[in-house]
Ligand binder design. Structure first.
Ligand code: SF4
Length: 197
């Protein structure tokens, strides 16, 4: 990978800390295809040393070519918080002096260990594709043991305590999301979250 210019993050170097398509969702629009390993169990995929070694090689390469890295972003081909070493990886990257972003589908945000890991990142995006339970199931096709109300509550609580930059993203799917109505409800909820700090 090479740092890609991002509107929100400047030059962002992506880290793929999850093997392909280990995810808690199987979103209808997923660019990587249908989820192969459906999971909500956090587990180890790569050691922190492996991640840091690969990162060090890449940053040397980028800098030697005159490039710049504004953020190191955990944005794998699956859900990054399924990685039980995520917190360790984040701390290790930050100890090199670089800023860290994590792009998550938010499905595990009601777990204390996940919150604790994400709190150490500088920038976190939590996606919300639907407020309504039925639409969430149709669009994100979640693992059967996930609880939508718990996720929304978890986002709200995380928003109240997180000290970094919190972002969100929503994919509007024709025929599944009632676009404007849903968007307005979500913006209201997110606005309440940020004002409850
Ligand atoms: S959460 Fe992301 S990786 Fe997982 S299925 Fe949805 S779009 Fe794909």
């Amino acid at each position: 990978m090479w740092p890609v210019p991002s509107r929100r993050l400047g030059f962002s170097l992506g880290i793929n800390n999850i093997p392909k398509k280990v995810c808690s969702y199987s979103c209808v629009y997923c660019q990587i295809g249908r989820t192969i390993n459906f999971s909500i169990k956090r587990q180890e995929f790569y050691k922190t040393d492996e991640i840091i070694e690969a990162l060090s090689e890449k940053t040397d390469e980028v800098r030697a070519a005159g490039g710049r890295i504004d953020y190191v972003t955990f944005v794998p081909d699956g859900e990054p918080t399924l990685d039980i070493n995520l917190g360790r990886h984040i701390e290790a990257v930050k100890s090199t002096g670089m800023k860290v972003a994590v792009i998550s589908n938010a499905s595990l945000i009601d777990r204390e260990d996940v919150v604790s890991d994400l709190e150490s990142a500088d920038w976190v995006s939590l996606k919300v594709d639907a407020i309504d339970d039925g639409k969430w199931k149709r669009v994100d096709r979640p693992h059967g043991l996930l609880d939508h109300a718990g996720i929304l509550r978890g986002i709200r609580e995380f928003s109240g305590k997180y000290r970094g930059i919190l972002a969100t993203e929503t994919m509007l799917v024709r025929g599944a999301s009632r676009t404007w109505a849903m968007l307005i409800r979500w913006l209201n909820i997110f606005h309440r979250c940020r004002n409850s700090t």
